[in-house]
Design a protein. Sequence first.
Length: 584
Amino acid sequence: MAGGTSWAARSGFARFAAPDRAESEDAAAGRGLLFAGVRDAPLWSVVLVVSVIAKSAAALALPAAVAAGIDAAVSGSGATGPVLVAALAVLVLTVTDAGAELANAYYVTDVTAGLRNRLVRHALALGVPGRRRFAAGDVLSRLTADAARPATFLSVLITIGVSVLMLAGCLVALALIDWTLALTLLVGIPPAVLIVRWFVAGAGGPFLRYQQLQAEVVTRLLDALRGVRTIRASGVRDAETARVLRPVPRLNETGRQVWAAQAQVSWQLLLLIPMLQIAVLCVGGFGLSAGRISAGELVAAAGYVLLAVGSFEAVDSIVKLLTARIGATRVATVLSAPAPAVASEPRRVGDGRVELRGITVRSGEQLVLDHVDLTIPAGFSVAAVGRSGAGKSLLAAVMGRLVRPESGTATIDGTPLDDFPEDALREAVACAFERPALLGATIHDTIAYARPGASRAEVRRAARAAQADHFIRRLPGGYDTPLREARFSGGEVQRLGLARVMLTDARIVLLDDATSSLDTATEMEVAHALQKLLAGRTTLLVAHRAGTAARADLVAWLDGGRVRALAPHDELWLDPAYREVFGA
């Protein structure tokens, strides 16, 4: 090796194996995931290993038993013993093959389910209270395709290991028959190893790029599906289609590189394997004619060389090993991203006093909240008011621990938000959004999403308070209508989100522009219901309408990343700059 450079570095495989420190750490974490499956499914791991080893031992014993039977038949001595051994070997092969298939199926299912569960939980932890790092399409690609690949690692590793042992066993068996047979087979091993080595070096990088490009296409497609109405309304369908499909030519090129590498190794091995078989059989034929080996031993030699060259065909296992490693690395990239720590000690909310001190939040490179200080007394309602981009929604997200600030502290009754366990915080703080997600199987489920045990009477009471009961009852199945069969306007969706909040007993309520899609009359009806329901609760309302701000006890006027004023709406209305916020 010139200059001490490894074959991987010279071949370009090092770029795949360890391109930089961050990717190297992800690769190391990915290797940990590959072996973690043995810990997650120990029983099926043991059954799989034992079955494959027993199957390989039976496969090695079968040619010897057949050879003994043939020689016994030729010599006229009893062949009963060899025949029984051969039958036993066939039986063991059948049973262990079935056992290996069954164990592998259960192993793959258990490991894949566990890995996907971990990935979903961690992705949600990163995307809700943490800083979002991964696009939805990218996470979906890792969750579906990549998370299923590490589970194949154990069976592939066993297959490769057993192939090596099988090759060694065949060499020993051939040497016991005649040393020239083993030598002939041994000559073909170095070329086969070099062929496989070149394949790994050439295919590793394209395999990784192929997975990344697939994820990019999925990400772009999901973005387009979310904005399909805007795309159609803007008349840019063709342009958006071109944007989604832009990575496809590179995907095609990368796929061709992978296929070319596979095609090259395939024809080389397909040429090498028959040559080895013919060479061993020719040497065996000369040995038979010279009287060095018997007819049964020649048949055994043919069986052993067939088993040996079968080990050379482990390239498919190498491909699976590469894809398993790549999948594990991509999953580990998400799992290794640090999620905010969540407390586990029980905490309870008292009166509901909320205090923010020095809260700083950026959106990308833009500073949105700049050392914000705000105190909301227990039981008060505060409207967050400001121009577009002033940080009103971010302020509400910080109070709900949906966004972690870069600096500063948020407390409830003097206790930092980070000290509340997740379940305790969600019982204490309820949120309604401008575009609430409708989750669950039915309308009842989506309203009772935060309280799955709520009765139908409680759900209807909350829906009536949110002015949603009348349009729900008009649906074919009423509250039992499947969500996939229901179609709602923007205002109706908001009312379902408000009903979900009204069903909770949260001490603190965050309404992030949750009534913006309601018409004036409906908003007034909902506002009166909210006023009764939220009496005595601490409430933050993100407000764009002067009437909404006027109904709050206090208004937090956000301007320039700070709270410019905290005062009643009537007092602030005297300021022309405040009136300009509402376009008045």
